[in-house]
Structures are given as C-alpha cells and as structure tokens.
Ligand binder design. Structure first.
Ligand code: SAH
Length: 312
C-alpha cells in the first residue's frame, strides 16, 4: 500500500464516521445529502496544516481569514434546500468550494460567487480537477446575487448577512428556497425563506456563526482607502466644495475638501475602496459649472476620518 492509498483509506474511514456520527445520528435524514457528503473528499478542500482535522465536528480555516463550515451545518443547509436532480442553485460565498461540491453532487447546475479572488481561483481549479463540471465559480460581490443566470430553484448564502437581501429573493423561482444566516458579525440565526405566489415565508432554523457577508447588500468592508486629490482648472466659485461633500455623503465616503490660495481644490477621501474610487472619478468632471483641467491623486494610509467637512 502506497502512503497515498493509506491516507485515502484513512480519510475514507473518517468520512464514513462523520456521516454516521455527526450527520445521521443528529437528524440529517435526506439520503441524497448523506450520500453526497459521503462522497466529497472534504480533506482536499482544507489546506495542508489542518487536513488531518477535515472530518472533525468543527469549522476550519481555509485562508484569507475565511472558514469552511462544520459538516453538520453544510448538511443541514443542503437538506433545507430540497434539491432535485435538475435544480439550478446559487451559492454566495464559495470559500473552499466544499459546499458547492456537495450541492453539485445532488443538483443539476450550481453557480457560486466568491469575493476573494485567490479563494475563487483555488476553488475553481480544485472543482475542475475533481470533475465537478456542473459548478461555475464566479468572482465578485454575490450579495446582489447573480442576475445573469437567475432564476434559481435554491439559493444558499454561506456568509452572515445583516438582513435578507431583496435582490436575492427576487432571483428565486416561485416555490424556491433560500437559506441564509441573518444577524450581526458574530452571532446569527439561520433562516429558511420560501418564495410563495403570495410573498415570502420565513422560518427560523437555528443559531449559527458565519464570517460576514461583505458587499453592497451585506456588511461594509473593513478595508479602508485614503486618497488625497488636487484639482486644477476653473474649480473655485463654482460650487465645487459643496457638490463634493454631497457626492461624498451619498457614497458614505469620509474626509474633507478645501480651496487652496493658488486656485486649486484639495480634498481627502477615505472609506470603502469602491466608494473612494468612484468619488475620485466624479472629481475628474466636477460639478456642472466647473472646468477641470487636471487631477492628481495619491494614496496614503487611512487616518480614521469621521464625516465629511468643507474647510474654509
Ligand atoms: N461555503 C464555503 C465557506 C464559506 S465562508 C465552503 O464550503 O468552504 C464564507 C465565504 O463568503 C468567504 O470565503 C468570504 O470571502 C465569502 N464572501 C463574503 N462576502 C461575500 C460576497 N459579498 N460575495 C461573495 N462571497 C462573499
């Protein structure tokens, strides 16, 4: 027996024990879910240092500060989706790709969205190597769903959302199911939502702990960007500073703006990278009466600005 075969058989034994001890024994009854989790090699979805613990009853780190859910949670969420052989499924939060593989064992077609480029790439490659040709990994903000492939029979969100994003429930077929952890950044409740002809039906399932869903319909990003801009042209006496403040506040960007003695406008923008970048773009045009002839922008470390001020 080669070392690899030895390893495989050892992992296989742990996997069988996981299915019986952690899943069936605790009430997971859907045979399709049990069979799927008996097949997917979970140890290949977690990195080297924690591989030995792949079939333990706990979540594990998968890099980029993210985690793969505990086997029981994966099973429970999958069971709640009531998947059929031909179901079209959306997952938000690919992470390692493990949940996507479990979905793909049961359903017809799976789309899964991951915000972190490295995680998306790694999951895409592994799923491909394992032959999961019915899984499509997309990189981006999944908090708005994936309208291009909608509607879905089932949606599973594997990151904690502050609420139930309407853009997601809108992408469910009538009769479709969505499972999503809703709550704060630390503790949440797993919710099951059904789209009925007359609206949404929501059921509380159990308490849980997921990493935050970060995006337009999720929690704000903890990453911050600070950019200092100098704007040249006809930029004073044309309502530049007030307009900049309005635009900044609309985007939740913090900082300040002021006129310089040499006729230029100087501003500092701090906040979510996407918002800051959008504001820098806006400044290149400025308000209606302005004529912007040049903008220089330079990044600096964030300083914890609060609010947005117009300086004298
Ligand atoms: N289902 C995964 C575990 C998910 S951990 C697995 O089986 O391994 C949650 C994942 O959601 C993290 O990888 C995180 O980067 C991702 N995430 C957070 N916000 C997101 C968003 N707005 N869109 C897509 N992915 C997001």
């Amino acid at each position: 027996m080669s070392p690899e075969e030895f390893d495989d058989s050892r992992f296989e034994r742990s996997r069988r024990q996981m299915v019986e001890g952690q899943l069936r024994h605790r009430g997971i009854a859907d045979e399709r879910v049990l069979a799927a989790m008996g097949r997917v090699p979970r140890h290949l979805f977690v990195g080297g240092p924690v591989r030995w613990a792949a079939y333990e009853d706990e979540p594990l780190p998968i890099g980029s500060g993210q985690t793969i859910s505990q086997p029981y949670m994966v099973a429970r969420m999958t069971e709640l989706l009531e998947l059929e052989r031909d179901s079209r499924v959306l997952e938000v939060g690919t992470g390692s790709g493990y949940q996507a593989a479990v979905l793909a064992e049961i359903a017809g077609e799976v789309w899964t969205v991951e915000r972190h480029p490295e995680l998306a790439e790694r999951a895409r490659r592994l799923l491909e190597d394992l032959g999961y040709h019915n899984v499509h990994v997309e990189q981006g903000d999944g908090s708005m769903g994936l309208p291009r492939q909608a509607p879905y029979d089932a949606i599973v969100v594997t990151a904690a959302s502050p609420g139930v994003p309407p853009s997601l429930t809108d992408q469910l077929v009538v009769g479709g199911r969505m499972v999503i952890p809703v709550g704060g950044q630390v503790n949440q409740r797993l919710r099951l939502i059904r789209r009925r002809p007359d609206g949404l039906r929501e059921t509380d399932v159990l308490g849980c702990r997921f990493v935050p869903l970060i995006g337009a319909q999720g929690h704000p990003s903890a990453e911050s960007r600070r950019v200092r801009v100098l704007v040249e042209g006809r930029v004073q006496g044309v309502w530049f500073r007030e307009s900049t403040r309005e635009e900044a506040e609309r985007r939740g960007v913090r900082g300040w703006v002021r006129n310089l003695a040499d006729g230029r406008v100087e501003a500092v923008f701090e906040g979510e990278p996407a918002g800051v970048d959008a504001l820098v773009e806006w400044v290149r045009r400025g308000p209606e009466r302005a004529v912007v002839t040049g903008v220089t922008a330079s990044s600096e470390p964030p300083q914890g600005e609060r609010g947005f001020r117009v300086k004298g």
